[in-house]
Design a protein around this ligand. Sequence first.
Ligand code: ADP
Ligand code: GN1
Ligand code: MG
Length: 375
Amino acid sequence: MRTRTSLMPPVEETVRSIGQEFIIDGEFIGGSEIEAGHINVTYVARYLQMDGSERRYILQCINGYVFKDPVAVVRNVERVTQHIAAKLEGSGEQYLKMYPARRGGHFYEDAKGRVWRCYNFIEGCRSYDVVESTEQAYEAASAFGRFQDLVSDLDVASLVETIPSFHHTPMRFARLMDRAADDPIERLAGVVEEVQFLKDRKELGAELVSMMKGGLLPVRVTHNDTKLNNVMMDERSGQAVCVIDLDTVMPGLAAYDFGDLVRTATSAAAEDEQDLSKVEMRMPMFEALARGYIKACPSLTAAEIHSLVTGCKVITLEVAIRFLTDYLEGDLYFKTEREGQNLDRVRVQITLLKQMEEREAEMEEIVRRFADSES
Ligand code: ADP
Ligand code: GN1
Ligand code: MG
């Protein structure tokens, strides 16, 4: 005899069966996939509550190719979410929390060894892939600055490096050079110009790492993946509500977080835009980001503030290197929907980096102005 649930579409059936592994309230009424994000597989699950209302949860399968130790990722996220919850409990604000699994802990490992976790759904919000206004840029920067401030008293040693050397740009560069040398799937011929552009910036790639090694920049708990679409914004008021995607929260530099935010929240073009004339480093957006970030994170030192513009260039370079490496390796790391998408992403980053280089003095001037007004 066929059960009722086996007639469900495959996605619904997956969501229902994974949802059963967590201690969450209500009766399952539906589920669907969320396409945003390049790394994990993310589902939203809907549950009917006793009082007739509906509650949503996020069920997420941690990418085992990207995170070699997904259980360590869950442990880090436990530490960070508990640290933040202790500060925000009772405030009325929405913050991220993981639900316990029936078999203990905050994760479920399925028969294929994939690790799943369950989060509360941040309600009344949405995330954006492309920034729409300076107000939105300001909100996103305030949210990431505030996040950094909330975890500034969390011991860096209590977190493991979920991806070792994640922002070690010279190591990323070396891997790209290796792939350019062995050209495993014969894609090099089509990207010679891009490889050369990145090669010419080898020294830039080493700047933050050497400042960190020289003790010039403090290592703190950072988010490390501060893309615009990793902050949930209130659908009505437009205010930033909650920072998500905590898988790479680990020891890092403020410049990484500010840099990635600027990379993703200044241009009007999507990260994989094919019409490069749309890619633009818009100074009003940059200004709003610098203002929001510096204001929300008063613990930034003068040296950290001074490193922010370098962070923008280094992170944009680093992400270009990573996209190109993945393209040469056969698109194994970042989710892609079409052939050449990683290469399109590379070209957008290169275009953006060229503009940052041209406008560097202007960017420095803006940062200086906000730093002075906050001190
Ligand atoms: P990835 O690592 O693949 O980027 P994310 O954790 O960023 O995964 O999740 C992908 C998308 O799912 C986000 O951009 C957001 O739109 C949505 N999402 C993730 N977590 C939540 C949440 N707790 N509440 C609401 N939406 C969420
Ligand atoms: C990935 O997970 P997501 O989509 O927020 C990646 C980031 C890259 C970004 C580029 C764990 O971010 O490092 O900057 O894609 N996350 C991981 O869009 O590698
Ligand atoms: Mg994400």
